[in-house]
Design a protein around this ligand. Structure first.
Ligand code: SFD
Ligand code: AMP
Length: 628
C-alpha cells in the first residue's frame, strides 16, 4: 500500500462537527434545529461509531451535573462556587454558569429519549451527591447518539454523518479555520472538509502519561484510550490560545481496573483508609489549612483529597482501601426489621455491581476474578496516571469566548465558545477552564457552541478556498507513514524494528516514559521541577524530529501514528504550562518540588499559544474575573 492508492474526497459543508461524543451529539442535535430554518448543511465526523464512541462508550451509572433548578434545589451560583473551589480558584465563572443554567434541560431530554433515571416513590430523581443523579446508564450513549442521528436525518441531504474517519489536521487561512483534513480508517480515502465554521469536540487525552496498566493490562485506562489529544492538537495547530494546559486530572479509582469511586463516597457514604485503618482525611486534616481557602472549604477539592491520600503512601502506609464492607454494613445496620435488612442487603449488592457493570465493566470482572465480595471485604483504590479532561476535574482546553450577557469584555470577543481563531469553536473536553461539566454539561456545551456556530455561519457566508497544492500537501503529509513503511519495510526482517522508521506503539512508549519520569507521572509520585521539565522538553524535541519517521503498515496503524503525534503536542503544551506556573496549586495532581506552595500572584490563568507563523510557543498570564 502507498499514498498513490488513496482517493481524495472533498466535502463542502456549513458547520463541520469534529467528534461523535457527548459534546458532538449535543451539537448535532442543536445545530440541526437551527440549520433547518436556514437550509444549512451540518456534517459530523467521528473516528469511531457514534453509538459507542468516546468516554461514554461503556455507559455511565450517574449523571454528574444536574442542578434541579425546577425544584429550586440549587442555584447556578452555588454550582459556580463549587467548581471554582474544586479547581483551587482557577475557573471561568462565565463559562461554568452558562453550562449550569442550561444543563437541566438536556437531562430532561435524555429522559424523554428513554434514559432510565433512578426515582424515589414521589417521582423525584435520586441524587448520588448534591450535583449527581443516578441512572441505569448502560445504553446512555446509544440513546443520545440515536437522537443526534435522527436530528441529522431530518435535515435530509443537509445532514451528513461520517463514521470511522480520523481527523488529523485543521485547515486555516488568515487566522480563520475553514476546514479539516483526515482519512478513513476502513477505506483508502483522504478527506478534505471545507466549512464556514468548525466545532472541535474530539474529547480529552489518554495515554500521554505512562499508565499503571502496562504489559498484559495495556489498553485498560479510566478514560477511553481512543481519546488521544486530537482536540488539543487541532486547536493548537490552528493557532488557538489554550488555557489551563497544566491542569491535568488524576482520578482516584479502584485499583487496576479503574472503577469510579463517586458512588461509594457519595451514595454509599463509604470511607477510605490507609492499611492501618486510619481515615486519612481526618488524620491529615491539618494539612488542608496550607491550601486555604480552598482546602478548608466543603467539599474538599478533589486534588487535595488525592493529596491527603498520597501523604499516607509516602509514609509507606499503603495500600489504601475503600471500606465497601463497612459502608454496606452501616447502611443495612440502620434497619431493624430482619426481612427488610435482608432485602436492603440484596439491593446494595446489586447496586454495587451495577455501578461498574453500567460504566466500567472490567472492574466487575476484576472483582469477580479476585473473589471480591464488596459486602464482605474492603477493596483497594489508587491514584491513577494523569489525564487531560476538562469536562471532569481537570481544566485543559481551548480558551473560548463566553456568552455576551455574562462575560466581561476580556472573556468575550465573538460568538459563544469560539476560540481565538475565527470560525473555530470548542466544546466538552476541547474547551478549557470550565470543569465539572461531565456527560450532561458536555452535551449542553455542544448545544451552546453549535447554536453559536450556526449564527456565525449566517453572518460569515463565504467559505474559504483550499487550493490544489494545499490539498496535495495535506494528503502527502497525512499518508507519509504509509509511504515510509512501504519504502523501508524490507530493510529488516522484523516489521516493527527498522533503522529507517519508528512504529507508533514504540513512539507512544517513549513519550510515556518521558512524561512519567520527568513530568510527574505515577512513577515519580506526581513530583516534578524546572530541571526535570527542561529535560523533558529537550527529549520532546527529539520526538518531534522522530515523528517524521513514523511508519504504518495499514490504516489502523496510520491512525495510531496520528494519535501519537496528537499526544505529543498535548504533552508539550502541558510541560510548558507546568513550567510556566511557578507554584504548586493542585498538589494531588502534580507537585512542583522547587515551588512547593500556592502563591497569591499565581491566582490567574496560565495560557499558551503555538504561533503558527513563527513555530514558537508563547506563554501568558490571564486575569481571573469573577462574576459578581
Ligand atoms: O463516574 C475523534 N464521565 C462521567 N460523566 C458523568 O456525567 N457521569 C459519570 O459517572 C462520569 N464518570 C465517567 C465519565 C467518563 C468515563 C470514561 C468513565 C466514567 C469511566 C465523563 C463524561 O463521559 C465526559 O465528561 C464526556 O463524555 C465528555 O464529552 P466529549 O464530547 O468532550 O468527549 P467524548 O464523549 O469522549 O467524545 C469524544 C469524541 O471524539 C471522537 N474523536 N473523531 C474524529 N477524529 C479524531 N481524531 C478523534 N479523536 C476523538 C471520539 O470517537 C468521540 O466520539 S465518573 O468517573 O465521574
Ligand atoms: P468520580 O466517581 O470520582 O468521578 O466522582 C463522581 C462525582 O462525585 C464527581 O462529581 C466527583 O467530583 C464527586 N466525588 C467523588 N468523590 C467525592 C468525595 N469524596 N467528596 C465529594 N465529591 C466527590
Amino acid at each position: 500500500m502507498n499514498s498513490g492508492d488513496f482517493k481524495t474526497i472533498e466535502i463542502n459543508t456549513d458547520l463541520l462537527i469534529l467528534g461523535g461524543g457527548m459534546a458532538a451529539c449535543g451539537a448535532a442535535y442543536e445545530a440541526a434545529f437551527w440549520a433547518k430554518k436556514k437550509n444549512m448543511k451540518v456534517t459530523v465526523v467521528d473516528k469511531a461509531a457514534m453509538e459507542r464512541s468516546g468516554a461514554v462508550a461503556m455507559g455511565l451509572s450517574a449523571i454528574n451535573l444536574y442542578l434541579g433548578l425546577r425544584n429550586r434545589k440549587n442555584t447556578v451560583r452555588d454550582y459556580v462556587n463549587y467548581v471554582k473551589n474544586d479547581l483551587m480558584g482557577i475557573t471561568r465563572d462565565d463559562l461554568v454558569a452558562n453550562i449550569a443554567r442550561h444543563v437541566d434541560s438536556s437531562v430532561h431530554l435524555f429522559e424523554k429519549w428513554g434514559l432510565p433515571i433512578w426515582k424515589d416513590n414521589k417521582g423525584n430523581y435520586i441524587n448520588e451527591g448534591r450535583w449527581q443523579i443516578m441512572i441505569h446508564g448502560e445504553s446512555y450513549k446509544n440513546i443520545v447518539a440515536e437522537a443526534a442521528k435522527k436530528a441529522l436525518k431530518e435535515l435530509g441531504n443537509n445532514g451528513e454523518y461520517l463514521e470511522r474517519v480520523f481527523i488529523t489536521e485543521p485547515i486555516v487561512v488568515d487566522n480563520k479555520c475553514i476546514g479539516a483534513a483526515g482519512f478513513s480508517i476502513r477505506e483508502k480515502k483522504v478527506y478534505i472538509f471545507k466549512a464556514k465554521a468548525v466545532l472541535d469536540a474530539m474529547g480529552g487525552a489518554v495515554h500521554v502519561f505512562r499508565p499503571r496498566s502496562v504489559g498484559e493490562g495495556l489498553g485498560r485506562s479510566w478514560y477511553p484510550p481512543f481519546n488521544s489529544g486530537s482536540s488539543a492538537y487541532f486547536a493548537i495547530k490552528a493557532g488557538a490560545e489554550m488555557t489551563c494546559q497544566e491542569v491535568r486530572f488524576v482520578p482516584v479509582r479502584f485499583k487496576d481496573a479503574y472503577g469510579p469511586v463517586g458512588a461509594w463516597f457519595l451514595l454509599f457514604k463509604s470511607k477510605a483508609t490507609n492499611a492501618l485503618g486510619e481515615d486519612y482525611m481526618k488524620k491529615n486534616a491539618s494539612e488542608l489549612k496550607k491550601w486555604a481557602p480552598y482546602g478548608t472549604s466543603n467539599p474538599v477539592p478533589a486534588n487535595l483529597r488525592n493529596y491527603l491520600m498520597m501523604m499516607e503512601l509516602e509514609k509507606g502506609n499503603g495500600p489504601i482501601y475503600m471500606k465497601t464492607n463497612e459502608a454496606i454494613k452501616d447502611l443495612v445496620g440502620k434497619i431493624t426489621d430482619i426481612k427488610e435488612a435482608e432485602k436492603k442487603m440484596k439491593e446494595l449488592e446489586s447496586e454495587a455491581w451495577g455501578d461498574f457493570l453500567d460504566m466500567t465493566v472490567s472492574q466487575a470482572l476484576l472483582w469477580a476474578s479476585n473473589n471480591i465480595e464488596p459486602e464482605k471485604q474492603q477493596s483497594e483504590i489508587a491514584a491513577c496516571e494523569p489525564y487531560f479532561i476538562s469536562s471532569h476535574s481537570g481544566a485543559s482546553g481551548a480558551w473560548v469566548s463566553g456568552p455576551e450577557d455574562l462575560s466581561p469584555d476580556e472573556y468575550h470577543w465573538g460568538n459563544e465558545n469560539m476560540t481565538t481563531v475565527k470560525g473555530l469553536f470548542a466544546a466538552g473536553d476541547a474547551s478549557g477552564a470550565s470543569s465539572h461539566k461531565f456527560s450532561s454539561g458536555s452535551f449542553t456545551e455542544g448545544r451552546i457552541a453549535a447554536k453559536s456556530a450556526i449564527a456565525f455561519c449566517i453572518n460569515n457566508t463565504s467559505s474559504g478556498n483550499v487550493d490544489k497544492d494545499k490539498i496535495l500537501e495535506l494528503k502527502k503529509s497525512i499518508l507519509q507513514p504509509i509511504d515510509i513503511f512501504s519504502r523501508y519495510k524490507d530493510y529488516t526482517n522484523d516489521k516493527d524494528v527498522n533503522p529507517h522508521f519508528i512504529k507508533p506503539k514504540m513512539f507512544m512508549f517513549r513519550l510515556q516514559k518521558i512524561m512519567d519520569e520527568y513530568a510527574g507521572g505515577t512513577g515519580t509520585g506526581f513530583k516534578t521541577s524546572e530541571a526535570l521539565l527542561e529535560k523533558a522538553l529537550e527529549f520532546l524535541q527529539f520526538m518531534h524530529e522522530d515523528s517524521a519517521k513514523l511508519a504504518a503498515s495499514d490504516l489502523h496503524e496510520l491512525m495510531r501514528c496520528w494519535e501519537n503525534v496528537h499526544r505529543l503536542w498535548q504533552a508539550e503544551a502541558h510541560i510548558r504550562s507546568v513550567l510556566f506556573r511557578e507554584e504548586t496549586r493542585w498538589p494531588g495532581y502534580y507537585f512542583r518540588t522547587d515551588f512547593p506552595e500556592i502563591k497569591k500572584d499565581w491566582k490567574c490563568f496560565a495560557n499558551c499559544r503555538w504561533n503558527n507563523e513563527t513555530g514558537k510557543w508563547e506563554m501568558m498570564k490571564k486575569e481571573i474575573i469573577e462574576l459578581t
